[in-house]
Design a protein around this ligand. Structure first.
Ligand SMILES: Cc1cc2nc3c(=O)[nH]c(=O)nc-3n(C[C@H](O)[C@H](O)[C@H](O)COP(=O)(O)OP(=O)(O)OC[C@H]3O[C@@H](n4cnc5c(N)ncnc54)[C@H](O)[C@@H]3O)c2cc1C
Length: 289
């Protein structure tokens, strides 16, 4: 197996169950996962959906990190790839769980189709952190504050960002206060078990009931912001940055236009660039690029 901070893991899907109407929890298993890094948080991973065993073997034989691998493969050998977040990590059992959004009960693309329909035992290659290689805990993470000085947070996400927000909340120091605003399709998608420090208010907005995260932010989202348009790859990620003392540190992820509107509102309200990261996790009406 590749000895890089991000390595390719040979895994198979071994279980699936809906934890809510929208989130399907899948389990990936395989001996390689004994080495998976356990940062959790919002650390991103890639799933590479291979055609068959021969395709999987050919990719693993290249023994290259994801980006190198992808740019070197001929077009017809490139596996479809999608980005996800860990929901649970169990290296001792050689397993990881991923919560995959299933929009209204149907697969909407190759990622959701694999989660919903792939027979148990189907192989999928995961590009993810390798816990025994230094630097694995610094890659693929946008939430990277200095916990010694962090006082206040604002976390905002839709259903695709729910696993990341759950991971971030779980690791927040107890003295931190603030707000997590999570917009989900249905009331049954609310995770009553989610843990957060006492001072962090978790606000759920149910889209089906006409609720929106826009109404729960510490700055107004106006009609002008609602026209904000995403242009190109504009993700803004924080790396080891910190808000000014007394200010909240923000993290926003979800559907790209939705995030663009929140970012526009934050800019209009004078929120400093370094105070929050904004990430488009998916695009309505467009396949993952
Ligand atoms: C850092 C990061 C972390 C992410 N973590 C997660 C995660 O933990 N769980 C998760 O489910 N997703 C997560 N996503 C989002 C996921 O990568 C996208 O939703 C991806 O497009 C799904 O691929 P697909 O093959 O199912 O659909 P695609 O082939 O990409 O898209 C096909 C169609 O489905 C629509 N579509 C795509 N996603 C959704 C959706 N969520 N709801 C409704 N319609 C959709 C598209 O607009 C398009 O019309 C993450 C993305 C990023 C960048």
């Amino acid at each position: 197996m590749l000895k890089e901070p991000y390595a390719l893991f040979d895994t198979r899907i071994t279980a699936r169950h809906f934890i809510s109407p929208t989130l399907l929890r899948i389990t990936l298993s395989g001996p390689d996962l004994a080495l998976v890094g356990t940062t959790g948080l919002d650390q991103r991973i890639k799933l590479l959906f291979v055609r068959d065993d021969a395709h999987a073997d050919a990719i693993l034989a290249r023994n290259a990190p994801w980006r190198e691998l992808y740019s070197s493969l001929p077009e017809d050998e490139k596996p479809v790839a999608r980005t996800y977040t860990f929901a649970e990590l169990r290296p001792a059992q050689c397993e990881v769980d991923i919560d995959v959004v299933i929009h209204d009960g149907h697969a909407h693309g190759p990622g959701s189709a694999f989660a919903l329909e792939a027979p148990y035992g189907s192989r999928v290659i995961m590009s993810g952190p390798r816990g025994d290689v230094p630097g694995h805990d610094k890659l693929g993470i946008a939430w990277y504050p200095d916990y010694d000085i962090l006082q206040n947070v604002l976390l905002v996400g839709d259903e695709t960002a729910l696993p990341a927000i759950r991971g971030i909340l779980k690791q927040l120091p107890e003295q931190v206060s603030g707000r997590a605003v999570i917009e989900v399709p249905y009331p049954e998608d609310i995770d009553e078990e989610m843990t957060a420090p006492d001072g962090v208010e978790v606000v759920w907005c149910v889209r089906d009931a006409g609720q929106t995260a826009f109404a729960q932010l510490p700055f107004p989202v106006t009609e002008e912001d609602k026209k904000a348009f995403y242009a190109g790859d504009e993700d803004e990620m924080l790396w080891q940055e910190e808000a000014e003392p007394g200010q909240w540190l923000g993290w926003v992820a979800g559907e790209t236009q939705w995030v663009a509107k929140i970012r526009s509102a934050a800019r209009r309200a004078g929120i400093a660039k370094r105070q929050a990261s904004f990430m488009g996790y998916w695009r309505k009406g467009a396949r993952h690029p």
